[in-house]
Design a protein around this ligand. Structure first.
Ligand code: UN1
Length: 464
């Protein structure tokens, strides 16, 4: 009699569940041929799955500095930004590790006597995650972790522009005890993503990236009738009312427009400012933008790193030039920076545009670069109308001291994320994330809501 193992990726391995089943001779029940591993990530108790994520969080925390440096090298963001993202990812791992003990269903009263009804969550099976380059470890984590804790297997395709951080995350999860085959990383471009989306065993796709690709992903998922979650563009406004602390408001726009080099779908790209303070506000914003230090993200004291590649940096300055010829005023920046060491990379000066009108392309289309367009508004109502006058609806900020305007804004702005006196970007992991209109499709990411996308609900009726 022997104990047999699983063969996974060329290695004989025991079951993660520690459970086995027997194989017996049908001609002689007393003849035990051998025991075999009972393998299933989904069958492992969810809090035990959580232990793997907790362990991974500790490993990532211990390697935070090295991985942050790699992130700055592959993506360009400044070292403090990269450290922040690694810290956020540690929190994501811990948060979803804890969700293992909170995969709640409900108990619902029946209208019949002695009938007990409850709901249970089950994993979907294999799910796909297609992630962008701008948050190269946090987004892979915030898609994979809720999928894994729910008991799914994941096929992750990170962006080919920043594939290393996702690889580090996978290494850490495997080291933490994730069984072979539960997380799979496939590198490549659209071809690899397309193959995942088209695969008959993949039951759901979570995608963050461009609107064009998102549309194709949704079409393919629709044809196969599998779940889809899309996070795409934004044209996020920050409204500045005349009663706001203008210095603070300029700081909020500065952070949201130029942080991560403007390469966030949550970045503020439109500052919609009450006309009576537009000049004073613009002056403050321009002074702050000019004072920002642009350079390689590994250097000390850098505020703004490079754009992801040359084509992207060129596109940013081309769009700024187009806005200028349409009548906008370039108040700061507007050009590539090429002096000295900057000539080796793809740097764009933090750019502020004045006199931007709603018809201009710069007021309607995402730039994904360090560009803030200042648009004057007559009053709160006009500012709100301008803010809503775009295809997108991801994040939106209002800077004001008026509680009434803040609450009206929260109710009437067409956006999934609403900020009052806070930057439109820089979200937390434990609350729902996502937008409306062309920005997002499907259920929310992050927070407890993320679990909904990766589980299917069973309704159980029991007569007793
Ligand atoms: C943030 O602003 O903290 O791709 C996160 C993006 C978004 C994430 C933004 N999905 O930029």
């Amino acid at each position: 009699m022997s104990d047999y193992l699983n063969l996974i990726a060329g290695q004989w391995q025991p079951s993660v569940t520690g459970r086995t089943f027997e194989n017996r001779n049908p001609a002689d029940e007393g003849d035990l041929v051998g025991t075999f591993p009972q393998s299933s990530w989904a069958a492992m108790p969810a809090p035990k799955r959580g232990d793997v994520l907790f362990k991974a969080a500790n490993l990532l925390e211990a390697r935070a500095d090295a991985i942050a440096r790699e992130m700055t090298r592959e993506e360009g963001k400044t070292l403090p930004e990269a450290r922040g993202e690694v810290g956020r990812t540690v929190n994501i791992l811990r948060y979803y590790g804890g969700e293992g003990a909170r995969l709640f269903g409900r108990v619902i009263p029946s209208e019949r006597d002695r009938v007990f009804m409850h709901t249970l969550r089950s994993p979907l099976g294999v799910v796909g995650a297609i992630t962008p380059w701008n948050f190269p470890i946090a987004i892979p984590a915030w898609k994979s972790c809720p999928a894994l804790i729910s008991g799914n297997a994941v096929v992750l395709k990170p962006s080919e522009l920043a594939p290393l951080c996702a690889t580090r995350l996978a290494e850490i999860l495997v080291e933490a005890g994730l069984p072979a085959g539960v997380l799979n990383v496939v590198h490549g471009s659209g071809e690899a993503g397309g193959a995942i989306v088209a695969h008959e065993h993949v039951r759901a796709i979570s995608f963050t990236g461009s609107e064009a690709t998102g549309g194709k992903v949704a079409e393919a998922c629709g044809r196969r009738k599998v779940r889809v979650q899309l996070e795409m563009g934004g044209k996020n406004p920050t409204i500045v009312l005349a009663d706001a602390d203008l210095d603070e408001a300029a700081g909020i726009v500065l952070n949201a427009a130029f942080g991560s080099t403007g390469q966030r779908c949550t970045a503020t790209s439109r500052a919609i400012v009450e006309r009576s303070v537009v000049e004073a506000f613009s002056e403050k914003l321009v002074a702050k933008a000019r004072a920002m230090k642009v350079g390689p993200g590994l250097d000390a004291g850098i505020d703004v790193g490079p754009s992801i590649n040359a084509a992207h940096a060129d596109r940013v300055v081309t769009e700024v030039a187009a806005a200028a010829s349409a009548g906008a005023t370039v108040l700061a920046g507007g050009t590539r920076l090429t002096e000295g060491v900057l000539g080796k990379g793809h740097f764009v000066a933090p750019t502020v545009l004045g006199n931007v009108t709603p018809q201009m392309t710069i007021a309607q289309e995402e730039v994904f670069g360090p560009v803030a367009a200042v648009m004057p508004a007559d009053d709160f109502e006009h500012a709100l109308a301008l803010a809503n006058d775009v295809r997108f609806g991801l994040s939106a900020t209002i800077c004001t001291r008026s509680l009434s305007h803040a609450l009206q804004f929260a109710q009437r702005i067409e956006a999934g994320l609403v900020m009052v006196n806070l930057p439109s970007a820089g979200v937390e992991y434990q609350v729902a994330f996502g937008g409306s209109k062309a920005s997002s499709l499907g259920p929310r990411e992050q927070g407890p809501e993320a679990i909904d996308f990766y589980t299917t609900l069973k309704t159980v009726y029991m007569k007793y």
